[in-house]
Design a protein around this ligand. Structure first.
Ligand SMILES: [Zn+2]
Length: 484
């Protein structure tokens, strides 16, 4: 019997849930009997999937902010997930804190990708060939930033393709990878998932593993086009949390599908890295700039009002707050960057390189003293010990500010329907932390809080009637009390 490969890529991710002011996750409503959703989803999804060996038979990425939490609170589960990568190089990296890269500055694209690669390399002990983009949001500068950083492939949705592309009877032929040409002769490989196959694997709670293997799999083969001899592969991708959290029992279904029922029906699981080892992508394809897998309106979901985030039961609530919030964040980011540039250039060899490398000491992988030996300018390294300590402390606070400044763009803060939700509020808290750290580094400079509040006066929560400015000033006061 001719064996047919299939690949299931699961995107495992949670935003940073900690209150940025305390570093502690509050008791989360709806997570009962667990304290918070990370605990709940670990119990329902991450741990059982790891114990069943599912990570060894799928392709997966695990977001750095989730892995960071697991290091502390579910280390055994994280160990099993990391070990699973040894089976078939199953793991794929992810942009660091799930920022929508096409909406980010060129420098931020590079930082998100570099930090994601660094987190991956440290965790898995190897270079990542692939990288998952937050919400698969892409444009040419984003794909080019991946290629420049040494990433070989990413995953996109078929509706992100532009122009005429090779099609089979159900649309884009997703059984093979494509090449996207980039500036200066660079290129990147793109795997496009099969949406119908993905829905079948993730969400058909009425079907058993046997039914999926015996009935759904053959339906996804287009006999006129499909030949496993050419490395063609059935490909599904989606949120990993479906397997046990969104749909109870689906962790066991994934085990049965990949371990017994799939192979019994002639289908063998492979990883994206294994797939790429088997085929050399040849067909060039063009992508539509400013597209993602979870919004039908370009990237509106993360920048302005669009139907995707609307709540059918609360028609008055809209996404008009997203534009002003993003604008306020962008302007704050520019102000913080300017402080960093002016305050650090004398003391660092290369401010951009130092910023990329700062993830090491920020995450505790590298001693700050060692970091400054590597990144410090001659002026810094030749300064008298006492002066050097003062400058290093100032720089350390600036790098802390730059870290929070990244986290304030976490995509979840722009994803949902209302400004008063925990996700946008947490991004605003990260903005507050970034400002606090900047003040700590350069107390002689005027605070950005007033300007930020003025920018946020432009948006408000329909649910609470509160403006962004009121919301921010409430959080700013809270930070003053907690951090005093
Ligand atoms: Zn949309």
């Amino acid at each position: 019997m001719l064996r047919i490969p299939f690949c299931q890529h699961a995107h495992f991710y949670q935003p940073p849930r900690e209150d940025p002011f305390t570093g502690v996750i509050p008791q989360e409503l709806g997570a009962e009997p667990y304290h918070n959703f990370n605990e709940k989803i670990t119990a329902e999804c991450y741990r059982p999937n790891a114990e069943m060996g599912n990570f060894e038979r799928i392709s997966f990425n695990i977001g750095p902010t989730l892995a960071l939490w697991m290091e502390k609170f579910a280390p055994e589960t994280l160990d099993m997930i990391v070990s699973a990568d040894k089976t078939r190089a199953n793991a794929v990296a992810q942009v660091y804190n799930h920022t929508i890269l096409p909406l980010a500055s060129a420098a931020d694209k590079e930082i998100q990708i570099h930090w994601g690669i660094t987190d991956f390399s440290r965790r898995f002990g190897r270079w990542p060939q692939g990288m998952w983009l937050a919400e698969t949001a892409a444009d040419i500068p984003t794909l080019d930033a991946l290629a420049k950083a040494g990433i070989a492939y990413t995953v996109l949705a078929p509706w992100q393709v532009a122009g005429s592309a090779p099609r089979n009877s159900s649309g884009l032929d997703t059984t093979k990878p494509y090449v996207v040409d980039l500036p200066e002769n660079r290129s990147i490989t793109v795997f496009f998932f099969d949406p119908n196959f993905s829905v079948a694997l993730h969400r058909t709670s009425h079907l058993t593993a046997k039914q999926i293997a015996q009935e759904i799999f053959p339906m996804r083969l287009d006999n006129a086009w499909f030949s496993p001899r050419n490395g063609q592969t059935l490909f599904a991708a989606g949120d990993g949390e479906y397997f046990g959290h969104h749909i109870p029992g689906r962790d066991a279904l994934l085990r049965d599908l990949t371990l017994t029922e799939g192979p019994a029906a002639g289908y063998d699981p492979i990883s994206l890295n294994e797939w790429l080892d088997r085929v050399k992508p040849q067909d060039a394809i063009e992508i539509k700039n400013f597209t993602a897998w979870s919004c039908e309106h370009g990237l509106d979901r993360w920048s302005r009002d669009c139907e995707c985030a609307r709540d059918a039961f609360l028609p008055a609530i809209n996404g008009n707050w997203k534009g002003p919030l993003r604008m306020a964040m962008n302007r704050l980011a520019e102000r913080i960057d300017a402080v960093y540039a002016t305050q650090s250039f004398r003391w660092l060899r290369n401010t951009h390189e130092a910023r990329l490398a700062s993830i090491g000491p920020l995450r505790g992988w590298l001693d700050w003293d060692q970091f400054f030996i590597e990144q410090g300018s001659d002026d810094l390294l030749r300064s008298p010990e006492s002066l050097r300590a003062v400058i290093q402390e100032k720089l350390r606070r600036l790098f802390q500010a730059l870290y929070y400044r990244q986290l304030m763009f976490t995509s979840c803060g722009f994803f949902f329907e209302d400004l008063s939700r925990i996700e946008p509020v947490n991004n605003i808290r990260y903005a507050a932390m970034a400002m606090k750290s900047t003040i700590g580094a350069a107390p002689e400079l005027p605070s950005f809080a007033d300007a930020f509040a003025t920018d946020l006066a432009e948006c408000y929560s329909v649910r609470t009637g509160q403006t962004g400015a009121e919301l921010f000033l409430r959080e700013w006061d809270r930070a003053e009390q907690l951090l005093a």
